[in-house]
Ligand binder design. Structure first.
Ligand SMILES: *Cc1c(COP(=O)(O)O)cnc(C)c1O
Length: 366
């Protein structure tokens, strides 16, 4: 076991459970029961078909999702979904799609959607430098929108919606890349959820898409096969060679969530505790550590804060690295400090970070 990896506070790719890393190490040499290495096993094998089936089942069980939803494992990251969603749902339509611009990651899909059709930005936090989320009274959802798109957790700014947005008669599309399977999410209130694996549930290479079947009823089908959800559904996410490694690791993480953690309500409880400790610490630091996000919109996954000066931030990053922590630099777009505390980041690691932060403050208080 590598103790430093447990102190990986990176915004993504994120830390994975140590027991999963052990299993992968073994599977690189031989996947149990197959005599083959995970890196050279056929995506047309019975073994891989059973991996896909079990992963689909695990996600359904974790989220309480019915059989009218497809569970897809796609390539191209969340970024490809920024395009695939409007190519499918917006191209050739007269209705406009509604987007909410709450930060770095919700800004990009707006640009892609505009290539395909009419887009209405319902709310933008740009003027308030994305330090808060809109309240319901600021969001005028329209009944004739083609769909509503938003990001559940803004990874860069550390903002997270703690409710489901929108109307029940307009399909909800949500990018949950950085909080997928971190808490129960009322998945059936969404028509489409997408989330790449590499923040919370696996390595890069696979993106999970959950889609209610009727969403495709009057969708555009004049698309390249690879970019057509229907092709991916009909081939069980095995249209061309899928990322077998990433999908297998994601399966191991869902097993860990189900059997070790005990489900998403338990995971949520743990995540609330970890985040609660950090935010209470920031609030009690007498403005030495200043949280960026409005208190009500704070993310349970990414705590973003500033120090009193850029010099102190540089020193903080250098000394924290020396003490064994990694990934604490804020996103290159906005700077500052970001402690990402995804599912597999332990409560003990949070305690160690806070101990370091208390010591740093004592030494550097003016
Ligand atoms: C990191 C991130 C992305 C980018 O995903 P890629 O897989 O790199 O395309 C998109 N959305 C959110 C919310 C993210 O946190």
């Amino acid at each position: 076991m590598n103790p430093h990896n447990q102190l990986n506070f990176s915004g993504g790719p994120g830390v994975l459970p140590a027991c999963v890393l052990d299993e992968i190490q073994q599977a690189i040499l031989e996947v149990p029961g197959t005599r083959l290495s995970l890196l050279g096993i056929s995506h047309r094998s019975d073994w891989f078909a059973s991996v896909i089936t079990e992963l689909e089942d695990n996600v359904r069980t974790l989220l309480g999702l019915g059989t009218d939803y497809h569970v897809l494992m796609l390539q191209g990251g969340a970024t490809q979904q920024f395009s695939m969603v409007p190519m499918t749902l917006l191209r050739g339509q007269s209705k406009a799609a509604e987007y909410i611009q709450t930060g770095y990651w919700s800004s990009k899909p707006i640009i892609e959607a505009r290539r395909e059709g009419a887009v209405r930005v319902l709310w933008s936090g740009q003027e308030s430098s994305f330090n808060r989320l809109p309240g319901d009274n600021e969001l005028a959802f329209s009944e004739d929108a083609r769909y509503l798109h938003y990001v559940s957790n803004e990874t860069v700014e550390g903002l997270q919606f703690h409710r489901v947005l929108g109307r029940d008669d307009v399909p909800r599309v949500c990018d949950m890349s950085s909080d997928f399977l971190s808490r129960p999410c009322e998945a059936e209130r969404f028509a489409l959820i997408y989330a790449h694996a590499q923040k919370n549930i696996g390595p890069a290479g696979v993106t999970m898409v959950l889609m209610r079947d009727d969403l495709l009823d009057d969708a555009n089908t004049d698309l390249p096969d690879f970019l057509n959800y229907r092709t991916q559904i009909n081939t069980h996410s095995n249209f061309n060679t899928p990322p077998v490694f990433s999908i297998y690791v994601t399966l191991l993480v869902t097993r860990w969530l189900l059997h070790q953690v005990g489900g998403l309500a338990r995971m949520d409880g743990i995540n609330q505790q970890k985040a609660g400790k950090i935010y209470r610490f920031l609030d009690a630091s007498d403005q030495f550590y200043r949280g960026r996000a409005a208190a009500a919109d704070r993310s349970l996954m990414n705590a973003v804060f500033d120090l009193p000066s850029p010099e102190l931030e540089t020193r903080f990053l250098a000394e924290s690295a020396e003490a064994g922590f990694s990934g604490l630099a804020g996103h290159r777009a906005i700077g500052g400090i970001r402690a990402s505390i995804y599912n597999a980041l332990s409560s003990t690691a949070v305690d160690q970070l806070l101990e370091f932060m208390a010591g740093f403050q004592r030494k550097n208080r003016h």
